[in-house]
Design a protein around this ligand. Structure first.
Ligand code: C5P
Length: 222
């Protein structure tokens, strides 16, 4: 069997990581959450009280930072300099700053190199914003996942409520729209469907249905 690469891009909270994890598990591939890498850097920058506008300061931090992704029993664990920050990087403070950090060209260049080295042997499902366009332009399967802002906010809200986190639906809608705008309008590697990506609108699809569509595309290439 060929070890292919599967790139899954799309806007915030479109369900990328949920389906990417399941697809990776079904194929016994590794799953790489590239958003978690930008989140980990953002978390460290906030901790160190660095300005997230300051590219040089961010690069100094990034160049002395290790970010590792490890499979855990309940999904992927994210280690920052050896410390488990899986939960910390999901805070609203990080979420609302990460799109400023990820705008910087040098930050992106370094992240892309790290992501490409994780994927060098194939057998990988990677999700993010620029995977099909920049990180893995030769990926055998490219997916662009979409869903309406309302649907994405409701899903995130339900998830928060289930986890017992405080959650405000209207605020979520605003935050998701803003992050989409920043990610789509930035100069370097903006969120954009790759020309050869297959678009899947998940608004009225179940997770199982989305996974099936991606698995069908994967099996055509394996
Ligand atoms: O996927 P997630 O929502 O965790 O990503 C967090 C943020 O990281 C995105 O809103 C975006 O600003 C940035 N990101 C990126 N490129 C990627 C993955 C994430 O710019 N490949």
């Amino acid at each position: 069997n060929r070890q292919i690469s599967i790139a899954i891009d799309g806007p915030a909270a479109a369900g990328k990581s949920t389906v990417a994890k399941i697809v990776a598990e079904k194929l016994s591939y590794i799953y790489i959450d590239t958003g978690a890498m930008y989140r980990a850097l953002t978390y460290k920058a906030i901790q160190q009280q660095a300005s997230i506008e300051d590219e040089a300061a961010l690069m100094e931090i990034l160049n002395s930072t290790t970010i590792d992704l490890q499979p855990g029993t309940e999904g992927q664990l994210i280690y920052l300099d050896g410390q488990d920050v899986t939960n910390q990087i999901r805070s609203s403070e990080v979420t609302n700053s990460v799109s400023i950090v990820s705008r910087h060209k040098l930050v992106r260049e370094e992240m892309v190199l790290r992501q490409q080295s994780f994927a060098q042997n194939g057998g990988v499902v990677m999700d993010g914003r620029d995977i099909g366009t920049h990180v893995l332009p030769l990926a055998e399967v490219k997916i662009f996942l979409l869903a309406s802002v309302d649907e994405r906010a409701i899903r995130r809200h339900t998830e928060n409520v289930q986890k017992g986190f405080p959650s405000d639906l209207e605020k979520l809608k605003k935050e998701i729209s803003l992050r989409d705008r920043l990610d789509s309008e930035r100069e370097v590697a903006p969120l954009k469907k790759a020309e050869d990506a297959v678009e899947i609108d998940t608004t009225s699809l179940s997770i199982v249905q989305v996974v099936e569509k991606i698995m069908d595309l994967a099996y055509e290439r394996i």
